[in-house]
Design a binder for this molecule. Structure first.
Ligand SMILES: [Zn+2]
Length: 121
């Protein structure tokens, strides 16, 4: 059970959310640094599926949501993605202008190849 405290017009109130609550799971991901929660993740959680946010690497392009069936949906962060491209010697301007179609290459820290975001291949 997680307790979120709020204050509005000097009236304090608490919101009780179960850890199994899909809203709690989304808020938890955001509090851990996720820039967004994909619609695919929210919908699965609404249906009762357990989707876990995994952060094994410090790079936000290496974070992913693990679904029960083994699929992964990768988080994406533009700044971190450009840094990966720079490290790999990939033309940063080409990556920027192609709107994610040109791959920045793998993460230099954990060698994750799914740095483009979205479903893993
Ligand atoms: Zn990584």
């Amino acid at each position: 059970m997680a307790i979120q405290a709020y204050s509005c017009n000097n009236v304090a109130f608490k919101l009780l959310l179960s850890e199994n609550d899909p809203i709690y799971a989304n808020i938890s991901d955001l509090s851990r640094g996720a820039r967004y929660v994909p619609v695919e993740v929210s919908e699965a959680r609404q249906k009762g599926e357990r989707v876990v946010f995994i952060q094994k690497c410090l790079n936000p392009c290496c974070w992913y949501w693990q679904f029960e069936d083994g699929r992964r949906f990768y988080h994406w962060d533009k700044f971190a993605y450009m840094e990966i491209a720079k490290f790999n010697g990939v033309d940063v301007e080409a990556v920027r202008s192609s709107k994610k179609n040109k791959n920045a290459g793998p993460c230099p820290v954990c060698y994750n190849k799914n740095t483009n975001g979205g479903w893993n291949e």
